[in-house]
Ligand binder design. Sequence first.
Ligand code: OKP
Ligand code: ZN
Length: 337
Amino acid sequence: MIRAFFPPNHESYRPWGEFDGFSVESSPEVPERLNIILKAIKRQKSHEIDILTPDHIEKKNITSVHRLDYLDFLKTASEFGKTLEVGIPTVFPVGKQKLNKKLLGFEGLLGSYLFDTSAPIIDSTYSAAVESAACAFSASKQVLKGDLISLALCRPPGHHAGPSYGGGYCFLNNAAIATTNLLSKIERVAILDIDYHHGNGTQEIFYNTNQVLFVSIHGDPKVSFPFYWGFTEEQGAGEGKGFNHNFPLVEATGTKYLRTLKSALEIIRKFNPGALVLSVGLDTYWKDPLGEFKLRQDDYKTIGKEIFRLALPTVVILEGGYEYPDLGTNFLRLIFY
Ligand code: OKP
Ligand code: ZN
């Protein structure tokens, strides 16, 4: 039996919008995304999947990844969001040396804790982010208890969130929270991030450690969000040097993608990890409004087959994917190939 954790109140979090360079667009990171995946899981009969709400996550299991001042900011800003229309940064402290956050007002805090305009703070932001993280944590607990695979149907996503910042629809790094929990019993954990966008937050969180291997296949930052991260040159630092691998691609069809995936999986095999955290984004789909890759439905089966040939205990973390209704079926294709 496979356990799938989903955030029971995710529908109360409907982000307001983002500035796309011309105008404010409604956000594609909507409750319908997760509902369509849940529906697809309930419809399928080939595997027994238990859909569960996560256990409460303790604060210490979040602050093992995120700085306390950032967590406090999310909490207070969300409370502020009850009276305010929306918290969305418009001015960023680019070039400012030694920022003393204690001096900052609300606008200043927004711009120093959020790196883009796509992660608005509304009253439900904090609770939604914590519930989403709780899913990842519960799924990692199950794998530590012996489950071979466990699913965290996270919403909002997490891989753009760093130690003390959010952005790109993300606030808390669900994959990093799961990974950190796995590290309590497992010496080496590999993270494979197959979302269309580079998981800059996850990369930064584990950049200096050799206990976590971070491997990502994504749209080239020259043309793709988040633009400042995801280059091949970023290979880790200090003890973590050589434990960060980026595979940026400009456009990719199934063949090109599969070739890259095989190289990525070879690196993971050599690392010989005790567990895998799989950050799954389905925005690599040809119909996805955000991604520029051209993966087809059947490609997800091949991708799943290749990844699960690693035969590692795996925590699956949902990241992006904005085209529906195919979102749900593509997710199932990847997991059950
Ligand atoms: C989050 B995840 C589109 C702008 C895109 C943010 C993208 C975040 C992607 N008009 N802005 O990695 O799927
Ligand atoms: Zn994405």
